[in-house]
Design a protein around this ligand. Structure first.
Ligand SMILES: [Fe+2]
Length: 286
């Protein structure tokens, strides 16, 4: 296999990694390079990987432990760390940070193509750190002081099918509510980023109505085309994004076609704000 290589997708986020076979043992020196690229480019893509669930788990486990199960999504029988992302269950066509309604949202998520539609179904990933840098000074000063309430009872798209309603109901069965800093300091790079997304429902100390325009304006910086990467899936593709500093969106434009990705998320840590304070629970079983 060719040597390790990094092909950047844009100036602010995203890179394709070449010369790595995720189905075989990754050497420590290769992993160091992958992790460096992961922190820098925030989402990495690997093409032409013929790997199994076990190999996807082994790859994800290089980044950290995987033993925190998703609080409400169905998992594969026998391998609870693998979540099938199935377009017939739900379509994640809203910008979000995975399980940000929990106290310790995932460090990162790996996704692997299993069944792809004939068209559509791209994945978008946005860079929250670039969004923060783009804020005008005056707005940054405001964002620096804000905290947001994240809940699974915020934005949750509706599929409009019986199966979709069942999955949605399970997703909403328990209520999780936590407060996270709007500007999160990355635990490894120290980089500040806007830590928001669709589960960020309101700002601490403000009503829903007061929060919405401010959340929207902050989100608009994260979602700028310059700050996003768009990936068109091919068979054999694997990606990993840093869930501590990105948001993602599953484009729902593949009509009634089947689309299944396998997701394995890595346990995350307790977010820390600029002033050193950490996230805390408001409601839920954590
Ligand atoms: Fe997600």
């Amino acid at each position: 296999m060719a040597d390790f290589g990094v092909r950047r997708l844009g100036g602010r986020i995203g890179a394709e990694i070449t010369g790595i076979d995720l189905g075989s043992e990754i050497s420590d020196s290769d992993f160091r390079q992958i992790n460096e690229a992961f922190l820098r480019y925030k989402v990495l893509f690997f093409r032409d990987q013929v790997i199994t669930d076990a190999e996807q788990l082994a790859f994800a486990a290089r980044f950290g432990p995987l033993d925190l199960p998703h609080p409400m999504m169905r998992t594969l029988d026998g391998t609870p760390e693998v979540i099938p992302i199935d377009g017939e269950d739900q379509r994640a066509n809203h910008w979000h940070t995975d399980i940000s309604f929990t106290l310790t949202p995932s460090l990162g998520t790996t996704l692997r193509s299993v069944v792809l539609p004939p068209y559509g179904g791209d994945t978008l990933v946005a860079n929250g750190a670039a969004g923060y840098v783009d804020l005008p000074r005056e707005l940054r000063d405001v964002a620096d002081r804000l905290w947001a309430v994240h809940t699974n009872h915020a934005e949750q798209p509706r599929l409009g099918t019986e199966r979709g309603d069942r999955v949605r109901k399970a997703f909403l069965a328990d209520r999780h509510e936590v407060a996270h800093p709007v500007v999160r300091v990355h635990p490894e790079s120290g980089e500040p980023s806007l830590f928001l997304g669709g589960f960020a429902q309101r700002l601490v100390g403000m009503t829903l109505r007061e929060s919405r325009p401010l959340l929207d304006v902050l989100q608009s910086y994260v979602r700028r085309p310059e700050n996003t990467a768009r990936w068109t899936w091919r068979p054999g593709d694997v990606l990993i994004f840093d869930n501590r500093s990105t948001q993602h969106y599953g484009v729902d434009d593949y009509d009634g076609h089947k689309r299944i990705l396998h997701r394995v998320s890595i346990n995350g840590d307790l977010p820390i704000g600029l002033d050193g304070r950490t996230s805390h629970t408001i409601e839920g079983d954590e």
